[in-house]
Write a protein that binds this ligand. Structure first.
Ligand code: GDP
Ligand code: MG
Length: 164
């Protein structure tokens, strides 16, 4: 059967936008209001000759910081249990935050292949210095993308399929 790729990351980093960009259709709802995104959504993706199943683990994401961490722990556990490759999404606009380090630690300990995706890099010249900051997570090279402008997605997918 097809490899499974799970998308993990804090609320609002752009997981659903990225999922929709890769799925090529609106399956996962991008929220205007809290709680609009449906739970764990699957799509089949083809990249070059590779096919995989993608999961948006975001689901309904909490607003409060306390609940956010336990929610992210659940996301990470789902990804670690079910995925062959984990795409960990961070947000260049918000920069590195504590929750990113906590989730990165969990994912690293799992030993699963991780592709670190830095989203909202809508302008590569302008934001590249900020992208390098994410090396501090200690989970490898940060891959810049703009999910909303569909920039960098091919290079990112090349990294994902290397692990199949
Ligand atoms: P999720 O909570 O991680 O699923 O994030 P969403 O996909 O719902 O996106 C959260 C917000 O970030 C929305 O307002 C999106 O339009 C915005 N967003 C997503 N991707 C990008 C991007 O590449 N660039 C910018 N500037 N905004 C983005
Ligand atoms: Mg979402």
């Amino acid at each position: 059967s097809k490899p499974i790729v799970a998308i993990v990351g804090r609320p609002n980093v752009g997981k659903s936008t990225l999922f929709n960009a890769l799925a090529g259709e609106k399956i996962s709802i991008v929220k205007d209001h809290p709680g609009v995104t449906r739970d764990r959504i699957y799509a089949d993706v083809t990249w070059l000759t590779n096919q995989f199943t993608m999961i948006d683990t975001g689901g309904i994401e909490p607003e409060s910081k306390d609940l956010m961490l336990s929610h992210m722990r659940q996301q990470a556990e789902i990804a670690i249990e079910t995925a062959d490759v984990i795409m960990f999404i961070v947000d260049v606009r918000q920069g590195l935050v504590d929750a990113d380090f906590k989730v990165a630690d969990m994912l690293r300990r799992s030993g699963k292949p991780i592709v670190l995706v830095v989203n909202k890099v809508d302008n590569f010249d302008k934001f590249m210095p900020d992208v390098y900051e994410f090396y501090n997570l200690g989970i490898g090279d940060p891959h810049p993308v703009s999910a909303s402008s569909k920039l960098g997605l091919g290079d990112m997918l090349d990294e994902v399929i290397k692990f199949f």
